[in-house]
Design a protein around this ligand. Sequence first.
Ligand code: C5P
Length: 221
Amino acid sequence: MNINVAIDGPAGAGKSTIAKKLAKELSYIYVDTGAMYRAMAYYFMQNNIDSADKEKIDSVCGEIDITITHQNGEQVVLLNGDNVNGVIRQEAVGKMASCISVYPSVRSKLVDLQRQLARKESVIMDGRDIGTVVLPDAQVKIYLTASSRTRAQRRFEELCSKGVECDIDAIEKDIIERDKQDMNRKVSPLKKADDAVLLDSSNLDIEGVLAEMKRIIGEKI
Ligand code: C5P
């Protein structure tokens, strides 16, 4: 039987870092659903489609093919056949993803794909609506969060280590804005599923979160 582990939470909570490590240890497939919304957003940006133009977005959704493959444990997102992993991590693409993820046409296309992946294999899937909408029957559901300041601090340190000049207050402001947008949209807003375990990582390092997650998973399966 396939095992489904659903991890939801706000931007910058560390979901993907932790989910990737867990998937490796448990030999499950890691599915990063945010990357799929980012790939759709990238397509709209490349084609100069405004995030407010619902009609246009609805009409071009059918032209977009998103395919997910895995290479050495890494998820590869193909957008109409092209690997877009290298371009979708930019901040602008994340913001656009948050804007276009409000549309049912975008969501239903990606939710279908996500469910197909979970049917095929045991997965650890992270996103915003995995426990609530995509995999409501997942055996394990975790809502991973941290204070906006902690999340901003982590992002700040990551950018500084890459030599990128940045301002922690501006980063925190962006994080709060994205949370607001994701939590308040009409369709599939970000929220903790009733049966999800809440894990606040504000005072934990990566190893601490990983240990907590393993304990939660071990209790459920
Ligand atoms: O997780 P990540 O920052 O890559 O996600 C980018 C955006 O995609 C989120 O801010 C959110 O608006 C959207 N998203 C979503 N549902 C998911 C995953 C991501 O709406 N399951």
